[in-house]
Write a protein that binds this ligand. Sequence first.
Ligand SMILES: Cc1cc2nc3c(=O)[nH]c(=O)nc-3n(C[C@H](O)[C@H](O)[C@H](O)COP(=O)(O)OP(=O)(O)OC[C@H]3O[C@@H](n4cnc5c(N)ncnc54)[C@H](O)[C@@H]3O)c2cc1C
Length: 320
Amino acid sequence: MTEQFKLAIIGAGPIGLACALAAQKAGIDYVILEKGCLVNSLYNYPANMTFFSTSERLEIGGVPFVSVNNKPTRAEALEYYRRVTVAHHLNVRLFETVNKIEQKDNLFSIETSKKHYIVHQIIIAIGFYDLPYTINVPGENLPKVTHYYKDPHHYAFQKVLIVGAQNSAADAALETWRKGAEVTMVIRKQEIGQRVKYWVRPDIVNRIEEGSIKAYYNSSIVAIHPHTVELDTPEGPVTIENDWVIAMTGYQPNLGFLEKIGIQLSDDAQRKPQFNPDTHESNVKGIYLAGVICGGMDTHALFIENSREHAEKIMASIVG
Ligand SMILES: Cc1cc2nc3c(=O)[nH]c(=O)nc-3n(C[C@H](O)[C@H](O)[C@H](O)COP(=O)(O)OP(=O)(O)OC[C@H]3O[C@@H](n4cnc5c(N)ncnc54)[C@H](O)[C@@H]3O)c2cc1C
């Protein structure tokens, strides 16, 4: 069945929702298409995660985000974005993946996992949390290996290997250790990342120095087996007993999705999608980019705090 709208917003993350609120305010007929649940990326963040932003800096559409904590939790953020969606009756289609976009004269044809749409403009706000960086070692596909850390209870009294040295790796190591897991970290460089949240870094460094958490610095994984993992360390090869591997190796944006519809990327390592910074319109007329996807491979450049303004810029251009 084909439906027609003026505007399709791909991705119901915080920035996709901000675009929908701005479209609604401008009286633009729109639909949001989301492949997972509402704010799917935030839903897949660690269960006990705390944002580094204060709540007002995560607000969209001028809707207050009330939190008793200085920095809100994941659970509070999920509830906030859900309540915004309900209160504003946002037109969101969940568990509907956009698979194909084609331009036909001044219109766009969108094929999803459920329907077909014809629209005049498209906003792509697909984030960067769906494609983890793989370790590319034998055994990475074993069921005991995950790139998405959720709840520490699952790892209680287990032998856990954490891969990585940034925020998510530090959180996963500390939380699982505090639930009674025997935690080992394998870190490519010689220290815990300097970007680790200032209230977390001393904790993880002290746990390692006191020997509660074992860390192999300047090391990497050679192979993963059902009950062991082989490591390459400065002291030579090491084999450790292991039940679970939590690979906090980061995520990359789905730039292939953009290239398929003709959006050009910069030819440097950042592979930044090309768009007009004042309107966020890409080199494909009628297709706009919003949110962290605008940063290309530099997934730390943009986040909720500094991407919210994309919505107003885009709507000013569309209305204009
Ligand atoms: C652990 C962690 C902590 C963070 N803390 C903060 C913080 O404190 N403050 C802050 O400002 N930022 C923070 N961020 C960053 C922030 O979460 C992201 O910048 C934010 O999610 C970006 O919003 P977005 O709407 O651009 O993308 P996303 O939230 O990633 O949303 C993109 C949506 O698009 C959907 N999608 C993708 N492809 C398709 C498709 N083909 N069809 C349909 N739907 C699709 C996805 O399912 C997803 O729901 C944190 C990130 C992490 C990982």
